[in-house]
Design a protein around this ligand. Structure first.
Ligand code: CP
Length: 312
């Protein structure tokens, strides 16, 4: 594998999950693999889990991680070709990616969407520019439309905690005051489509994710209907896709409660706003898997880095 930019870079999700579980049992087994190799982590946006777990994964492989908050600390990067750079940007991605490639053996990038320009966001301008202009492999640490490290993590977590061969998994929208990206929801849908699960999405009218992502996955507009006999309820807010980037609904009736959840396991990528997305009683109960999920971020990232390093 050269790059990890999408969940579609996973050829066999079952095999990847098993390999990640084995890494978790023996995290330092491949500590020589990344010796004298450098992982560059470039953040255009905030992070806690992705930043620390990806560094931890690199350290487990013997790599040296170096981190930069690009927004604020670096020169403003220009992504358009042929532009007269007389505005706020000071260096072009062509130079920036080529230069960073000389310092790093793998580059990992986080760059969120604008949520105002659907065409630009769907073009994955930043991630694709790094893939095009870097001479080393590129890893997606959450781009405009996808968060494949999170989705691999989520697949591992469901596999670890399921008591059934084919569990029922629900992706449920929940309210939020801000316009949030679609990336986590998109990649989770794509991961579940690769898994042997009974999968349904619950969201209010006007909040369907891109039909190019959801394909024939059932979508219902009632949590009550979706949550019936659910084993795992994965919760995330996203802004409207049709009315792009808009907050159309903040209905607290979509907040996840202990009563609604029943015996199902609760999952969320974090960070989560308590008593807006989900009530305290869920997060503070044994039904919540959010801490275990966050732990698995390390092994998902470690597996991805290992596969890239093995590819040479
Ligand atoms: N889930 C996730 O990506 O967390 P961070 O935004 O803190 O990295």
């Amino acid at each position: 594998m050269k790059n990890y930019t999408s969940i579609n870079d996973i050829d066999n999700i079952k095999a990847w999950i098993e390999e990640a579980k084995a890494l978790k049992q023996n995290p330092l087994k491949n500590v020589e693999l990344g010796k004298h190799k450098t992982l560059g982590l470039l953040f255009f946006n905030s992070s806690l889990r992705t930043r620390l777990s990806t560094q931890k994964a690199a350290l487990n492989l013997g790599m040296d991680p170096i981190v930069m908050n690009v927004s604020g600390d670096a020169w403003g990067i220009e992504f358009e070709d042929g532009t007269v750079m007389n505005g706020n940007t000071a260096e072009h991605i062509k130079e920036a990616a080529a230069v960073v490639s000389q310092y790093c053996d793998i580059i990992a990038v986080r760059a969120f969407p604008t949520l105002t320009d659907k065409v630009k966001d769907e073009s994955e301008q930043v991630l694709k520019a790094f893939v095009k202009h870097a001479s080393v492999p590129v890893v997606n640490m959450e781009s405009a439309t996808g968060h494949p490290l999170q989705a691999l993590t989520d697949a591992i977590t469901i596999s670890e905690h399921t008591k059934k061969d084919k569990p029922k998994v629900v992706l449920s929208w929940a309210p939020h005051i801000k316009a949030l990206p679609h990336a986590v929801g998109n990649s989770f849908v794509q991961a579940m489509q690769k898994m042997d699960v009974d999968f349904v999405i619950a969201n209010p009218e006007g909040y369907n994710l891109s039909p190019e992502i959801t394909k024939d996955t059932p979508i219902v507009h009632s949590q009550e209907e979706a949550f019936k006999d659910a084993d795992f309820v994965y919760v995330k807010n996203w802004s409207s896709y049709n009315d792009y980037g808009k907050v159309l609904n903040t209905d607290p009736n979509w907040t996840i409660t202990k009563e609604k959840l029943g015996d199902a396991k609760f999952m969320h990528c974090l960070p989560v706003r308590r008593n807006l997305i989900v009530e305290d009683a869920v997060l503070d109960s044994d039904n919540s898997l959010v801490i275990q999920q966050a732990n698995n971020r390390t092994y998902a990232a470690q597996l991805v880095l290992k596969k890239i390093l093995e590819n040479g």
